[in-house]
Design a protein around this ligand. Sequence first.
Ligand code: FMN
Length: 356
Amino acid sequence: MANALFAPLRLGSMALPNRIVVAPMTRSRATAAGVPQPIMAQYYADRASAGLIVTEATQISYEGWGYPRTPGIHTPDQIEGWRMIVKAVHAAGGRIFMQLFHGGRIASRLNRPMDADVVAPSAVKAPGQMWTDAKGALDHDEPRALETEDIKRVASDFAQAAKSAIGAGFDGVEIHSANGYLMHQFLSSNVNLRTDRYGGSIENRIRMPLEVVQAVVSAVGAGKTGVRISPGHKFNDIEEHDIAKLYGAYISALDKFGLAYLHVMRPLHEHAIDPVTMARGMFSGSLIAAGNYTPADAEKLIAEAGADAVAFGKAYIANPDLVERIKRGVALNIADEATFYTPGPEGYVDYPALVS
Ligand SMILES: Cc1cc2nc3c(=O)[nH]c(=O)nc-3n(C[C@H](O)[C@H](O)[C@H](O)COP(=O)(O)O)c2cc1C
């Protein structure tokens, strides 16, 4: 039987030639001001044979900043930098969505080119540390709780960022509602201790994420909007006590928007829940799965578990021509963790492609 990864797929208004997706990955090669660099155009264009590229997490505002040298989409220079990247990817025949990011409490003000409050659903500081170029590893900053009225503004920051991404030529945007960042913090039971209409019951905890999705869909259209979730992923010290009910409500509500896709990342260190199967039962649109899958797993997920496409992270760091390698069944290069987030070309644009 033909490999399911190579069947074409319609995603929103796009036709993908295959179901192999570049997972969103922070690589910290932008400037300190969050402006994309030409080397990033090379990195993304080198991966244009993927069915779809999802960019690294990209800040929607100064308040949304987390990690050093990560790009934004909220200043004219950043937008122009991304325009160059999209042009390079399209010229190479690819399709690209931007992942829109607000880190919430996972932040250090020292990484920000302009000062802004560190915010979260509640004033609950994240354990652990973050790398800063100025002073090395530092504890996360103490966040302030967003005021009820702030939440509309955060949703409109997402919407403005989505408009700017589409204006820069992107094929769509992916809203980052995973991995312990702001939207996931609202879903959680340990960072969201609010007593207003955004906290407490499940209905209230999914309200902020749904308002963000509504704002983005209104700004650029559901067919250009994807959402990424990671049910049960404890990364960044997230606790969710009622995963099945919480995500049952969230995914069912997301289903009503008619999104381009739902991107489900499974927890990396425990596989007690299978979020792909869970989401498949509740989401009628296209489903992208991610989370340490091999090409063989991926084929099975599509053929048997109802995923429509599979995103690869580390395999894509080390194999720009992953599509061709899977097609030929040849060995994959192994990604070097030491250069995941370091500046410059090493470990970024120097992994060898196959010699044809
Ligand atoms: C270096 C690195 C950076 C990442 N950055 C992001 C990110 O910006 N946004 C996101 O949603 N996930 C991010 N992830 C998670 C990946 O998208 C992916 O889901 C995860 O690595 C599991 O897939 P894999 O085992 O195929 O790498 C990152 C992963 C790695 C290795």
